[in-house]
Ligand binder design. Sequence first.
Ligand code: URA
Ligand code: SF4
Length: 487
Amino acid sequence: MHRVRLTSVNDFAEWRNAARGLLIKGVQPDEVIWEDPSAPIDLFAEPEDRPPDVAARAVGVVPPLFLELAEAAVCHREAVRFALLYRLLFRLQKDRELIGVRADPDVSRLYRLVGEVRRDSHKMKAFVRFREDETRFGAWFEPDHYVLERTAPFFVRRFASMQWAIFTPYRSAAWDGQKLLFGDGTRREDAPRGDAMEEMWRTYFASIFNPARLKVQMMKSEMPVKYWRNLPEAELIPALIRGAKEAEAAMIAKAATIPPARHMRADARKIVPEEAVEITSLADARAAVQGCTRCPLYQYATQAVFGDGPATAEVMFVGEQPGDQEDLAGRPFVGPAGQVFDRALEKVGIDRSRVYVTNSVKHFKFEPRGKKRIHQKPNAGEIQACRFWINLEREFVRPKLIVAMGATAVQSLTGKAASITSLRGKKLELPDGGHLLVTVHPSYLLRLPDREEAARELERFEADLRAVKAFIDRRGDEVRSGAGQAA
Ligand code: URA
Ligand code: SF4
């Protein structure tokens, strides 16, 4: 196995040099692990096997179109980008026409990455707002991808005569009227106001730019001064460098308890893209969901949490989304809400191992606050995107009864938003012939501040589960008497 740890998240030349070295040695795409600097350093990993720098030597044939696309794709945030590019480069050696085959999964993925990077760059051009401080301008912007370097020349052309800096979380760019410099990233919270802006400029070149990482590009001034007078008014404020070190220390401290986002983890590279898995069973779906990128939630969660239980279950329980503990354990309903659920099931006599338990949305949505990850409700778009998976679960399990716990489950299962109160206790028909029973979400019971009300609501929840139990018993009788007749 070859490990290539790149020193930059988006330096195309660096990737290309490494890729050429591997190609010369005939290294197969699946023999390479590509890492960017955001991947945690694995102390137990095999030593890095960095191929010789062979930038000057040409290898094989590489269509210019591929190079152009690859240059954009390295700026994508998806961890698999470097591996995808090497796989394509490798395949292109045998099939030069490949790059034109849009139906090929690798090629289509490449185009998707490129499209997303280009859109992000356009967004940056449209939404960066400079804040003026006497003669200098600063702006804070959070791109979705690593697009600062490819977009900064646009601002140089546009605002050539002014001195400006754009700060992003991963890198900063500064234009002093002649040179475009790139330095470390920073954080929005470290925002300067008033005098701090001036201070920032005084310390700017001294503190943010690590000379070892400095890249200098000479740029010609083009835009006359009169244009930059008309800058859009301030909306976002730039970040202050002095706070960046503290912020970094705080981030490191936080990282100890909050698992790194998926795209920051070494194992992200082992995740198979969803489209690479053919789904013909529940087990296939369970494997494929780990590669799902249908909505943005996959980026921050530890893993997708798929449903749990026998594929032959007659009853399916559907919750909202995994919580903090489910995200870490990889199983639904194992945290506080899961305990409420388990106790209620036990009380009414439902064996959890005989039912199928799942969620409407498979990735944990949260907001980091200090050392905690605070649950956030999935939005309609995320629920809709994730219906793909619950629909597969329904198709493969074919439960006779589905229990929707809470409003998100109702929305996911019916495609429509509806209030629990209006649907609760009614037995509803689903278009596929199954039945739907609506009840509250167990975590609702945990949130009720009034003890008496909580006790009352718990009883109602248990009453709903008793109806489920009665259904299971009835089905059992039907199946048994059916089997009896057949015998
Ligand atoms: N809440 C849910 O909806 N699902 C879980 O798995 C855990 C908490
Ligand atoms: Fe895919 Fe659902 Fe995860 Fe979104 S939440 S990425 S749709 S599995």
